[in-house]
Every structure is written in C-alpha cells, then in structure tokens.
Design a protein around this ligand. Structure first.
Ligand code: GLN
Length: 486
C-alpha cells in the first residue's frame, strides 16, 4: 500500500506509533500530486516546499510526544479560505495575485493541530457553480471518468481526496458545494450547521448561507476534521458558542431508535436519474436492516427552494463582491486613468461570466421597486422552508434524500444552460436556507461506474446523529472502499 492511500485516521495511528514520519507521508502525497495532477487538475497551488517544512516540524513535535489526530497529516484547502503567505485566488482573475496577510480561523486551528497544508484546490469562481467549470484558472476532471465534471464548487477538494492527492480537505458549501462534489467523486462531505465553524477568513459569497466543512475518505475522518475546525470564534459574529462534542465518538455501532424521514416530494422530483433513485432506495433498505425506522415526511415548499436561493445568494453576492474594485485587492486595469472607467474595466475583465450574471441578478433583486417582489419574497419562502423542516423533524431524527439528481455529467454538457445547472442543486439548497447540517456519503454506482452519494440532514447542531447514521451505513457497505483507477 502507498502512504498516500491512507485515511487520516490510519495515517495518524502510524505516525503516533512512529512507524512512518510526516515527511515520508507528505512526500508520498506530493509525488502522487506530481503524477496525477496533469490528468485531474485538482490544484491551483501546490505548496510543496512549505508542506515539507511543516512536515519536518510535525515530526519533531511527534518525537516530543506532542501529537493530535491531525499532526503531520497532509490536507488540501479550497482556494477561498485565506492562508497566510499562500496565494488565495477564489479561482478568479480578480484575485489572481492575492496573497493573504493572515490565516482564516480554520487554518489557524489546523496549523495548531499540526496539520500539513499541501496546497489550494480548484473551484468555481467565488464558489458560484456546480461543476468547477466556472473556474477562471483551470478545468478539474472527475477521477472516476476524466471526461466528466467533479461537481462543484468544491470540485478540486473532492477530486483531490478521491484521487488520493491529499488525505482530506476543507471545502465550503453555500448551496451544496461540499455535498454535491463529494457525491460525484465518491467521498464523504459535510456541511455543518450554520454557526458551527468560523468563517473568519473565508472569502464571502452569500453570508447567510456559507459554511466551511470537511471532505474526507471516510466518516471517521470527517469527525476528526469536524473536531478540529468547530467552535465559537469571536472573529465571526455568526459563530455560535455551543459546546463541541467529540464527533468521532458518534462513530459507534447501532442504529436502533433512530428514525429516518424520507421526504415524499424529493423522491418524486422531476429529473431524478434512475441510477440515483435505485442507489438511494437501496441505501434506505440498508439502514432499515441496521435497525433504523424509516418514515415518510413532507417538505412541501422544496419546489421553491432553487428559486428562492437564486435570488438570495446572488443578492448577498452582489453586496459581498462590491469590495473587488481594483483598489483594495488583486487585479486592477492600469490602462484606465479615470476612476469610474477603472472600476468598470477592472470588474469586467476580472470577473468571469457567471459571477457577472449573479452580480447583475442580485443588484436587480435588491433595487428599489423590485426588492419586495424578489428579495423579500425569497426570504419569506425561506421561512416556509424552515417551517417545513421543523415540522418534519417532529417525526424523525435524520432526513435522507439524494444529493444530486444525476451522477456526474460530461464536461461542457450544461455550460450553455445556467438554469439546468442551477437545478442540480435542488436537494442540497434547503439545508443551507434552513441552516441545518447535511452530509453526503457514498451509496452506490451508476451503470457507467460513476459514484452516487446520499444525503443525510439533521436538526441544528445535530451533526452527531448524521455521523452515527453514516458510520453504521459505511460499516455495512463497501462503496467508500472502491477507488478510481487513475
Ligand atoms: N451550485 C450552487 C451555486 O452555484 C452552490 C454553490 C455553493 O454551495 N457554493 O450557487
């Protein structure tokens, strides 16, 4: 077995016993990146030199007995989380040369835990997209079929984890961007409860929806990363001072007493691929065999979720992205001498077409005369969606659904039709609108051999029950053990 194939938990065990060093492990991951990055295209920046330095430091800490479950473990980070001294582009031309002067709170926590950061992963520009095709920097391919998209917007993180180009990764999820690529790449992804993980140093897309979360090879690793990044941070006024449990402690046998709600609407959704339907159905029966009780629940306002999201998220984005004006950060069109011309030209050249579309959409829905019809209406729908979940959770502990309506599609298939692309978020968006935790775990393969994930959603701050359900499912199946041949 190659060291890059290890999970975080396995690697940590070997490091603790002194059977491997972090330098060996990190070297193995960097060699792996060297050999497959040309095919996968998961990374925007590979930080080989600083990673080896961090690995050396981790080895010396381990020799002194200072070890956490992440000490010496090579991880990757989505390129919208600020890393001090390491370029952070958001896959946008406008931030092409941006080197943050500080670390995001999650990065501080990872560094304190001794983790090694091997690089920054590709994504849709400013996290706007579902396929990573909106990256202004490069294309990422799905390691299971290089002609397919890896999902998005954390496509680089999911592809890197699936192709063993890191042991785990941090992504961000505003409408499904951790769960959907995790599903398409056959790995585990969790969007924590809104407020669970600090977003200080996360480049903002839609502030009432964004969350940082882990992308990992299995469920225990997800718990390990959740332990490391969760918790209150005075630097993020939306983070919640709620105790952080040991998330790995939920990875225990036994699902009796757990009630799983199956939303009737989700399984009748238009455009649901039959491979996905079959895999999720099988997932339900596996959970029943493990002792969970499955009941039908109703989320009647789901059908409005995509429409509400695509008003709320662009509205917030139009405000958040106003700061990229060529003055304070990144790219500036120096050919223009008049201020207004400079603003206009910098933003036209710096932002890609999808980002421009969202800024225009958002500005329109927030403008006087349209605000009530669009933005206000969308926030009212959001309240109804929250009520739906509140009612559904009276009858169950976990809600189970597909993650994406189809397996990974071909690169280029949906780029000309943004509306079809937006519909790929139908199952994931509601958790963001309601602020609840959601998780994607591998639950099968399509006839073409592409991975399929199923989604588990829970009540606020109930990540534990998701991990418990996912862990038991994982123990009973071997979907997570299959790896792409690359
Ligand atoms: N695909 C969705 C969008 O384009 C979600 C993106 C995300 O979660 N960052 O907005």
């Amino acid at each position: 077995m190659n060291l890059y194939e290890l999970t975080i938990n396995e690697a940590s065990g070997f490091l603790r016993k002194g059977e491997i060093s972090s330098k060996e492990l990190t070297g193995s991951v960097l060699d792996r990146i060297d050999s497959v990055e040309g095919k996968v295209g998961a990374y925007i920046t590979v930080a080989a030199e600083s990673a080896m330095k961090q690995a050396g430091y981790a080895d010396s800490e381990i020799s002194k007995g200072n070890i956490t479950p992440l000490t010496g473990v090579p991880l990757s980070i989505k390129d919208l989380i600020c890393t001090k001294g390491l370029r952070t582009t958001c896959a946008s031309r406008i931030l092409d040369n941006f080197v943050p002067p500080y670390d995001a709170s999650v990065i501080k926590k990872l560094k304190k835990a001794g983790a090694v950061i091997v690089g920054k992963t590709n994504m849709d520009e400013f996290a706007m997209g579902s396929s990573t095709e909106n990256s202004g920097i490069k294309v990422t391919h799905n390691p299971w079929d290089l002609s397919c998209i890896p999902g998005g917007s954390s496509g680089g993180s999911a592809a890197a984890v699936a192709a063993n180009m890191c042991l785990g990764s941090l992504g961000s999820d505003t409408g499904g961007s951790i769960r959907q690529p995790a599903s398409h790449c056959g790995v585990v992804g969790m969007k924590p409860t809104y407020g669970r993980v600090s977003r200080f140093g996360l480049v903002a897309f839609a502030s009432s929806l964004d969350q940082i979360g882990p992308v990992t090879k299995d469920v225990i690793d997800c718990g390990i990363l959740m332990n490391a990044v969760s918790g209150y941070d005075p630097g993020d006024s939306t983070s919640v001072p709620e105790d952080v449990p040991d998330y790995t402690s939920f990875c225990k046998e036994g699902l009796s007493g757990v009630t799983v709600g199956i939303p009737v609407e989700y399984h009748k959704a238009e455009g649901l691929d039959k491979n996905v339907f079959a895999a999720v159905k099988n997932g339900i029966s596996v959970l029943e065999d493990l002792g969970a009780v499955c009941v039908e629940v109703s989320l009647p306002h789901t059908k409005y979720a995509v429409a509400a999201y695509y008003v709320i998220a662009p509205s917030e984005a139009s405000s958040n992205l106003a700061r990229y004006d060529g003055v304070k950060y990144g790219f500036r069109d120096r050919e223009k001498s008049r201020l207004m011309d400079m603003y206009q030209s910098t933003r036209s050249k710096g932002f890609g077409p999808e980002v421009q579309r969202r800024i225009i959409l958002g500005t329109y829905s927030l403008s006087a005369g349209y605000y009530d019809a669009y933005y206000k209406k969308a926030t009212q729908v959001r309240t109804l969606i929250m009520e739906d979940f509140k009612n559904a959770f009276k009858a169950c502990d976990v809600i189970l659904s597909p993650v994406a309506p189809t397996p990974a599609f071909k690169t280029g298939e949906k780029t000309q039709d943004p509306l079809t692309m937006y519909l790929s978020d139908i199952f994931t968006i509601s958790a963001n609108l309601a602020g609840m935790p959601g998780m994607s775990i591998p639950c099968g393969f399509s006839a073409a051999g592409l991975p399929i994930g199923m989604q588990l959603m829970g009540k606020h701050f109930n990540e534990g029950i998701l991990l418990k359900t996912a862990y038991n499912f994982e123990q009973a199946t071997d979907f997570h053990k299959k790896k792409p041949k690359i």
